[in-house]
Write a protein that binds this ligand. Structure first.
Ligand code: AKG
Ligand code: FE2
Length: 271
């Protein structure tokens, strides 16, 4: 189960991932939960690209190539973060500089520096700075901003309630990286009824800054199937795509006041 019940819609029954996924959570493929995920009667199909500009939102459908995806998934698997009970892990960068094991694990630093390189010419310099500015500083220094990462493993049927990342804990600039399989993410504007269902394939990176971070919620409906509109130069078709196991890595900055955190502080707020 995702470990923040209040925030994560939980309903999983059918374990649809392939056999290789099982190394991520210790090999059990059936958790016996009774699921209530519907089978995907989405009001609107998820789409591959935003139909209009959302200020501060940047979406890259194929940013992380397959070899890098495979490396990250293998690294996460080797950490044995997940088991039958646990499907979310939070990693905190520490300000303490004397013990290297209090820094983030190597795989996270390598992912972040690869993202920094891949996004160099893809986002405005100010956004790149917002996302990566502390990266230039080596090691764990006391005065820089510190990162927090959440690694989520979604079993088919699981979702996460609509939320704005906690305003009092996290700064601006959130990156959501998808691995293993795609999922439909719901983006809803707080001030009116604008709603976009965006298909996040494996290898995609969704970046939330400014208005997108503060005035839109993001969430994933708990269901077994997504309806996805895939568009090519010749056609536009809607497919029913059964959910499979999905891994996500969410990378964000802790606010200074949030340097010391425990699990209990990790709730999300809807503004
Ligand atoms: O897992 C995801 O795709 C999103 C996670 C998220 O929004 C969060 O942990 O705040
Ligand atoms: Fe979030």
């Amino acid at each position: 189960m995702l470990s923040s019940p209040a925030q994560h819609a939980m309903s999983c029954k059918n374990e649809g991932g392939d056999a290789s996924d099982s190394s991520l959570w210790g090999g059990s493929s059936s958790d016996g939960d009774s699921g209530s995920g519907s089978d995907g009667d989405a009001l609107q199909p998820a789409i591959q690209a935003l139909p209009f500009n959302i200020s501060g939102l940047f979406f890259f459908r194929n940013l992380i190539d397959q070899p890098l995806q495979d490396d990250i998934v293998a690294e996460i698997a080797s950490q044995k973060y997940f088991d039958r009970e646990r499907d979310q892990v939070m990693l905190f960068e520490s300000a303490v500089s004397d013990t290297s094991n209090r820094c983030l694990p190597t795989w996270t630093n390598s992912l972040i520096s690869k993202l920094a390189a891949l996004l160099q010419d893809q986002v405005p310099p100010s956004v790149h700075e917002l996302l990566f500015s502390s990266q230039a500083r080596a090691g764990c220094d006391v005065d820089r901003q510190l990162r927090q990462l959440i690694v989520n493993m979604y079993r088919p049927g699981q979702g996460i309630a609509d939320h704005v990342d906690l305003l009092t804990r996290f700064g601006d600039g959130v990156m959501i990286c998808s691995f293993l399989s795609g999922i439909a993410m719901e983006l809803k504007q707080l001030s009116n009824n604008q709603h976009v269902s965006l298909w996040l394939p494996a290898g995609s990176v969704l970046i939330l800054t400014g208005d997108a971070r503060y005035t839109w919620t993001h969430g994933i409906e708990a269901r077994m199937v997504d309806h996805v509109q895939l568009t090519s130069s010749r056609s536009r078709q809607t497919f029913r795509i059964a959910r499979q196991h999905r891994l996500s890595v969410t990378i964000r900055w802790m606010l200074k006041v949030a340097d010391v955190l425990s699990d209990t502080t990790q709730s999300h707020l809807r503004a």
